[in-house]
Design a binder for this molecule. Sequence first.
Ligand code: PNS
Length: 165
Amino acid sequence: MPRRAICPGSFDPVTCGHLDIVERASRIYDEVVVAVMINPAKQGLFALHERIDMLTEATARYGNVSIDSFTGLLVDFCQQRGIGVVVKGLRAVSDFDYELQMAQMNQSLAGVETLFMPTNPLYSFLSSSLVKQVALYGGDVSALVPESVQRHLAGRVPTGTAGAG
Ligand code: PNS
């Protein structure tokens, strides 16, 4: 039985911080599924298919990483796919409280374990929402997101804003 892990999230959009965790997880587990949560109640900047496209391109070089999406409980998706471990990055202590609650809930619901990885300090300040904010006001996020995301973001930046300020 292959050892499978999941990296779940909104990925609106994927950042270099996420990719660092996915890459490290791919060295530990036989298979890693990056799963985009479908949340009909929350409209993001990017549609589901765009998030999946950006992730697919950004993880293409990893032979054991696949991209998927899910709705409902994460543990149900894990059970359907034979996934026993959730891998999450922790940027700072502020991430810990909520992540701990979710990890304990997932363990108690279905015995799904969570492995916390310390985020690479290069990306400890990084979040999808800050990336969107900076990019939409014309800031440079090229060191913070993969090329696939840079291209998608460029299509959303209002003309005349890029490079300003
Ligand atoms: O990138 P995000 O938005 O921080 O990801 C949060 C995510 C998708 C990992 C979390 O909200 C989740 O697992 N949602 C699925 C619904 C679920 O299982 N909720 C109970 C978790 S305790």
